[in-house]
Design a protein around this ligand. Structure first.
Ligand SMILES: Nc1nc2c(c(=O)[nH]1)N[C@H]1C(S)=C(S)[C@@H](COP(=O)(O)O)O[C@H]1N2
Ligand SMILES: [Mo]
Length: 494
């Protein structure tokens, strides 16, 4: 091999990176399609968008839910396409780990071998050279390669920036959207100007990657496709026919894997949920159990608006309770408890009450800060005296999705919460919001707050709590209505 040839590990990680980036970009587009709006701040007030990728018009006074925002992205563009946020997230988090592993392997080998010298600039003189390179390209001329590197200064700076700036930037902005990270370290997303700014920057990062891939490919072509292709694929300019066959086969594999993933996920989202979940759910559980909520926003940070999800229950029993200002409402507590209970709001208040100002993060991407008043969830669980075998609390709601929003499925809304998670700080059963009793649209008379989780876990319009040792018999057995019908994960720290 000549001195500028590419070793096998470098070509292999280059290929894997390409493969994983296609999956990350496509699943990222799926996630974005579920709420195609970018906001300047974490209040997400309709009309204050930085950028809107939907024609739908919403004003703060409209009665609509965020789920109506979901767009059906086409399957050639998004993974898996067709308003499948749950599956898109599974792919994104699953591939993320492998992409990071590939990146780490690449960087470690880069420094273990001497290959880093071709990537990392060692002198500032590279900057003026890169500028003159850019001018050459603009004048339609090919700038010369550096004397000691296989490419020119502009290429070197760009490659360096993609590896050591853009990739970490995508990971950092992605982490700034994690509900558990935000709950534990509220200052962290603030470093990017807030969760919504981080989300927008993450999107700009995607565009930067796309621009880089386009420019990088164009460079390979203008610098001599056959030669460059050979070096990329087989490491040296020895056998161009072999390089052509192997390289084209590699690209075909990338395309086929993308098509397969799209088709299999579209046909059996449950299979995708479970198999990708082996990795993706573990990451989410790690963050959820490891990072407890320490939020303390100021009154001045409370949002003037909060998007809704879930339409209020048309259930006649619920309507009657609402007409009586919920005076007759009782929370049924049953299952694996010493004694079944039937509790009114006053009984809950007697257990204890507290207020906190926290940020709500919906799985679709929007957020909102509000003050919540209610009873600490850990204190409530203790008050219910669950039996030793109880591991989960199931929160049942009044709304039957078959009546209120049948697009994804039917049946009453419910969510399963591990007692371990339920007992974490700042979780509560809330009856008050922003100093007033909960409104009907936000979940009156009682809703759940799980402050390091995503919004869909926070059941509104609660009518019963059941303590169980397992949840396979509840609903479709996936741990919640949205897990059953939208293939979300049961524990959501991201
Ligand atoms: N009963 C019930 N609770 C629910 C839902 C629902 O559809 N039904 N939607 C969830 C979702 S997806 C979110 S983001 C939050 C939204 O809370 P908000 O409508 O008060 O903003 O409620 C959650 N709780
Ligand atoms: Mo949500």
């Amino acid at each position: 091999m000549g001195e500028f040839d590419f070793p096998l590990w470098l070509r292999a990680t280059h290929f894997l990176n390409l493969l994983f980036l296609t999956f990350l970009a496509r699943s990222g587009i799926e996630i974005l399609a579920s709420f195609p709006r970018f906001y300047r701040d974490d209040h997400c007030v309709p009309g204050s968008e930085l950028l809107k990728l939907t024609r739908r018009k919403v004003s703060p006074s409209d009665y609509t839910t965020a789920l109506e925002e979901e767009l059906e992205a086409p399957g050639w563009l998004a993974l898996p396409g067709g308003a499948q946020l749950g599956a898109g997230r599974h792919w994104h988090l699953f591939v993320l780990l492998f992409w990071i592993l590939t990146g780490l392997t690449y960087v470690v080998l880069l420094f273990v071998t001497d290959e880093w010298q071709r990537l990392v600039p060692t002198s500032w003189s590279i900057v003026p050279t890169a500028i003159s390179n850019a001018l050459s390209y603009l004048h339609g001329q090919l700038p010369p390669a550096l004397s000691d590197r296989p490419y020119n200064a502009l290429q070197q700076i760009t490659y360096f920036a993609v590896v050591f700036l853009l990739a970490p930037f995508q990971i950092a902005t992605g982490a700034a959207m994690s509900s558990a990270v935000m709950a534990r370290f509220p200052w962290y997303p603030s470093a990017f100007g807030g969760r919504q700014r981080a989300r927008f920057l993450h999107f700009l990062g995607l565009l930067a990657f796309a621009a880089f891939v386009a420019a990088h490919t164009a460079m390979v072509v203008v610098h001599g496709l056959a030669l460059e292709w050979s070096k990329i694929v087989i490491g040296e300019d020895a056998n161009r026919n072999l390089a052509l066959v192997v390289g084209v086969s590699g690209l075909v594999v990338v395309v086929i894997l993308n098509i397969l993933a799209t088709i299999v996920t579209g046909r059996s989202p449950r299979f995708a949920q479970h198999s990708l979940g082996v990795v993706a759910d573990r990451l989410q559980a790690l963050l959820s159990y490891g990072l407890s909520s320490h939020q303390r926003y100021r009154t001045s940070e409370i949002s003037p608006y909060m998007w809704l999800n879930g339409y209020p229950p048309p259930d006649p029993a619920y309507r009657r309770l609402a007409e009586g200002a919920f005076a007759d409402w009782r929370l049924a507590v049953n299952g694996l408890v010493e004694h079944e209970l039937s509790l009114g709001i006053e009984d809950l208040k007697a257990i204890g009450q507290r207020s906190q100002i926290t940020k709500h993060n919906c799985i679709q991407g929007w957020s909102s800060v509000a003050e919540w008043t209610g009873v600490d969830l850990a204190a409530f669980v203790d008050y219910c005296r669950p039996l030793a075998g109880a591991r989960y609390a199931v929160f049942y709601a009044f709304d039957d999705k078959g009546e209120t929003d049948p697009r994804h499925g039917t049946g009453r809304f419910y969510e399963v919460v591990d007692l371990r998670l339920a007992r974490m700080p700042q979780n509560m059963l809330a009856w008050g919001m922003n100093g007033k009793p909960l409104t009907i649209e936000h979940g009156a008379p009682l809703r759940l707050r799980l402050e390091n989780q995503l919004g869909f876990k926070m059941v509104k319009w609660i009518r019963a709590v059941e303590f169980v040792d397992e949840y396979a018999h509840v609903g479709l057995g996936q741990g919640g209505w949205r897990e059953d019908h939208q293939y979300y994960s049961r524990v959501v720290g991201i």
